[in-house]
Ligand binder design. Structure first.
Ligand SMILES: [Zn+2]
Length: 480
């Protein structure tokens, strides 16, 4: 056995002696345990007879081996605008992308964004991403999105969408069908149909649902977004028979009891993007309500235009938001929470197996023999945060971060090793992202580009600030 920096592909891999979060039904944690990968599968968990000839050994002692994380909703095409909208609300996002500038994205810009997002995900241990690709305004854009994903070493689901046309229009084209047939059956590139349901009583989205059903594709839809989509859309979907177990409802905030019951009754799942919901305004991150209805949850990052593409952040913020709500609700009744309802193992499951389940992939999201070898090793010997390792789930959620991702495997292939992506020409990815930024910037114009990144701050003051003494008069000014 050997352990070269660049792991040759096609060789068996042994992750030696780590703490393994199997994410099996009992959420079994195994200590000092080997995980053997042969071809694209996990061949063995635990010690056993000699490993196959030529096995590459990767030291996992002191580290955590867990399933690759699954992000069920990310607008990868926007990634070259990383961080641009950090101070946006959802309204400002809609204006920029839907109304004013989204059309400026060329096929090569979609390609650049997808490629960058794909690497960003792998680097952070996210091995499967649903690319919620709603900027596919022409077949060339769609080809660019697919080419970028096929050229990246992760696992993806291309959720085909187009915000510039009615869903009934673009799903009805021969080009869309041809695209689906061309890419059908690829284990590393699944397909979904992505569009939103406005709640228009005429239900203009019906033909799009019918096409998805005919093609056997799941629909993913932003449902429960304050000011955009809500109960009326859910009701229309339900009454017309389009709510299925494969349906993924994104955000699922700002919904009534009735909608949650319809989702629970039809078996769909909700993709929660806590970082997004907390600052954009879709509604309070809904896990506290989803739990009450036993609705399956997966996690997602939405868009790197605002937030991190990092499911460690998703787990952390989701646990925080859920507990925050629990305390707030109890304290509003004069009560004290003595036990947290949402626990670290649950959010780790949502980030791994929950996503796999939402995608109908029983072979992902677990470290068990026979499962696909999509694996993450967290190990950072140089970090004082890597020890002591007392509570592995708590460690993943509140202590670990993307810099601790030592090794990542997808489909049995080592794509990150010793903290570095394997075989990636990052300079060329950077160059192509910069070309996209240059194109957008010059098309939008410098003034609008700067203004877009720095939205106005509302001038009104709602409450007295106790530290601006000169403006304070008395308590009667409060609330004006
Ligand atoms: Zn979204």
């Amino acid at each position: 056995m050997n352990s070269p920096r660049e792991v040759p592909s096609g060789r068996p891999v042994l992750l030696r002696g780590g703490t393994v979060l199997t994410m099996d039904d009992a959420r079994t944690v195994l200590h000092e345990t080997d995980v053997l990968v042969v071809d694209d599968r996990i061949a063995r968990v635990g010690s056993g007879p000699a490993v196959p000839e030529g096995t590459v050994e990767i030291e996992a002692r002191g580290g955590i081996v867990m399933p690759g994380m699954v992000d069920t909703h990310r607008h990868m095409w926007q990634t070259a605008m990383r961080g641009y909208g950090a101070d946006w609300t959802l309204a400002q996002y809609f204006v920029w992308y839907y109304l004013e500038h989204g059309r400026h994205f060329r096929p090569q810009d979609v390609h650049a964004g997808n490629t960058l997002a794909a690497l960003e995900a792998l680097e952070a241990g996210v091995t499967t991403v649903v690319d919620w690709s709603h900027g596919l305004s022409t077949p060339e854009h769609a080809d660019a999105a697919a080419d970028a994903l096929l050229g990246s070493p992760g696992r993806y689901v291309l959720a085909y969408g187009n915000i510039h046309q009615a869903p009934a229009e673009w799903t009805g084209t021969p080009e869309f069908r041809a695209f689906v047939e061309r890419h059908r059956g690829n284990d590393r590139l699944g397909l979904q149909v992505a569009f939103d349901v406005t709640g228009d009583p005429d239900f203009p989205e019906r033909p799009a649902f019918e096409v998805a059903r005919e093609l056997g594709l799941a629909v993913t839809t932003h449902a429960g977004v304050w000011g955009a989509t809500g109960d009326n859309g859910v009701k229309l979907m339900h009454e017309n028979g389009f709510m299925t177990p494969e349906t993924i409802y994104v955000h699922g905030a700002s919904l009534s009891e009735d909608s949650y019951q319809r989702i629970a009754a039809t078996g769909g799942s909700v993709s929660v993007s806590t970082e997004s919901e907390q600052s954009a305004g879709q509604g309070y991150p809904p896990t506290w309500r989803l739990r009450a209805h036993d609705i399956p949850v997966s996690l997602s990052m939405d868009s790197s235009v605002w937030w991190s593409g990092d499911l460690f952040s998703a787990m952390r913020s989701t646990l925080g938001a859920d507990r925050s709500r629990q305390h707030l609700e109890a304290q509003s009744r004069g009560e004290t929470v003595t036990h947290s309802a949402l626990r670290a193992p649950q959010v780790v499951e949502w980030a791994t197996r929950g996503g796999a389940r939402a995608l109908g992939r029983d072979d992902l999201g677990q470290v068990v023999p026979g499962a696909k070898a999509d694996l993450v090793l967290l190990r950072n010997d140089d970090s004082p945060v890597s020890f002591p390792l007392l509570n592995p789930y708590g460690h993943v959620v509140f202590q670990a971060q993307r810099g601790d991702v030592h090794t990542v495997l997808v489909d049995g292939r080592v794509v990150k090793h010793e903290h570095r992506l394997v075989g990636v020409d990052l300079a060329s990815v950077r160059r192509r992202s910069e070309e996209t930024v240059e194109h957008l910037r010059s098309t939008v114009g410098e003034e609008a580009w700067q203004a877009g990144m720095n939205p106005d701050i509302p001038e009104s003051k709602v409450l007295d600030n106790p530290y601006t003494y000169t403006e304070f008069r008395d308590a009667s000014t409060r609330g004006r």
